[in-house]
Ligand binder design. Sequence first.
Ligand code: MTE
Ligand code: MO
Length: 357
Amino acid sequence: MPDAESASAGKLNVLSEDPLCAGVFLPNTDVPVSPIGGHFIRSHFPAPQIDSSSWSLPISGEVDNPIELSYADLLAMPSHEVTNIMECAGNSRSTMQPPAEGVQWDNGGLGAATWKGVPVKDVLEKAGLKSSATDVLFEGSDSGTEPHSGGPLNYAMSVPLEKLLNPDTILAYQINGETLPKNHGFPIRLLVPGWYGMASVKWLDKITVLDHPNGGFHEMDYRIYPAADDKNDTSIQRVTTLKVKSLIGSPSRGDILKPGPHKIKGVAWSGDGHITKVEISTDDCRSWHEAKLEEPNGNYTWQHFEYDWNAVSVGHSLLRCRATDSAGNVQPMLATWNFRGYQVNSIHSVPITVRRD
Ligand SMILES: Nc1nc2c(c(=O)[nH]1)N[C@H]1C(S)=C(S)[C@@H](COP(=O)(O)O)O[C@H]1N2
Ligand SMILES: [Mo]
């Protein structure tokens, strides 16, 4: 089923139709990977219609041997699979106070999938990197105007070479064993595992090896400015690695439960290692209890957790989850405010009511 159709069939929560931005419903995270049509979609511009038989990908810039690869050339190269959680840098933005600019995602701007493609590294090796190469610019064929862009432009982002030399960074042509659907970047997209979604450029049109970061519109847009009075931190940071985070999938906000045993289930992930602990609080943070946690499956995807809760008291409760990763990062009660509402990883709280009937 094409994504736009499954979005309208209610598998996704549609925030905007064209360009399509649609999030998952959190109870649907109780799966190893999101089914096709059930992975979030975030497009800045209308999705281009591309004919893979006439499409080709030029690789030029700081290379010894500029090349142009067809779709068939890429499919014929040795392939590699990566199971990855992708999260939009603006996910959970609507929980930020005061409100931040951008698509008002609740918590659904994420999905997990197994992607298949060709390591970017192999393609760069074919073209032969010059010693001056430091970054690579990936341009999509989609275009349009952004607030403050001052005119139309293509979606584009450069990624440092170091991240691209990791064989898990791939030019993907399949998701969960199927040809990439249009809304996920057909025919070929970049996949940068462990980073927020913005770097995984869809509808690739052109690759240019550079001797500096490109610093184009989208790259400059996905940045965090330090607080003006923070004398220790004056650096403007690019949004890159996923912050440690967890979300409760069920129960859902507003659910009415009967007194007695319930399972609190959800997912946790980090771009900085795997999750070592998820704790649950059902009493407004007075006490925290460790949940059962799934072992990591590879380096990049979510881990499910589950906690047996006995709801004895009638009334409302705030259910919360808090994850810790193997680098020792713990989710904060409130994420650091930034005006674009990026990388919000505040502790998720889900209000529910316990009622006899
Ligand atoms: N060409 C292109 N690539 C893009 C985008 C886009 O608008 N155009 N959106 C980016 C953003 S912000 C995210 S979060 C991911 C979303 O990927 P998905 O729609 O496959 O879930 O794609 C990224 N790649
Ligand atoms: Mo995003």
